[in-house]
Design a protein around this ligand. Sequence first.
Ligand code: 3SL
Length: 234
Amino acid sequence: MKTVDVCLSPDLIHLYDVSDKVVVVVDILRATSCMTAGLAYGVESITPYENLEQCEKMKENGYLIAGERNGQKVEGFDLGNSPFDYMNEKVRGKKVAVTTTNGTVAIEKSRRAIEVVIGSFLNISAVADHLKNQKQNVLILCAGWKGKVNLEDSLFAGALVNKIKDKFEFECDAPLLAHSTYLHMKDEMLSRVQNSSHAKRLNKLNVKKDIAYCLTEDEFEVVPTLKNGELVIG
Ligand code: 3SL
């Protein structure tokens, strides 16, 4: 049977061999929710950068540049890091370069995987079906916050485990932990996440509507994957 494991922070990724796994990168608030929404809305591709200056340089190549540091849009960039920035006519058909505090870092750390998949509640069932229909072991990598574990990514990991558990054995205890936490909180997800450290951070920046939207399940059927350094659908 295939296995599934959960890495609760990118700072723990050295404990896993990603080279023989499909890695699902998750940053619910808000990077992977933005990527899912943007690609579903018709963005041609999204190229993730860990480094802000490299991302900014892509403007010269005709890319829209997007991103945040500590939740706030980078000055001079075209887009911030709200899914609503991406669900907009001005980005349809465009190539976007993006840098974020944690999400793009987690993608960078997954590059050696057999496949890198972008997961969010917005496309959770599509991702679950994709994982069930392929042959490789899976690692769900939570982006967390600056190396620390966060609630919303761990809850997503548990929700995804819940959807695929009949086809996968748990590799270690993190899937068990994430799954139990998800089962415990699933009926009051919004209020639980509102209480999380990052939601409190975002509330101070007045982006409350992003939080509820990023917890919405199955808005889209897309499965973004990393191909030649850029995220595309299919
Ligand atoms: O850290 C990230 O990658 C971001 O998603 C954080 S924020 O929600 O935009 O603050």
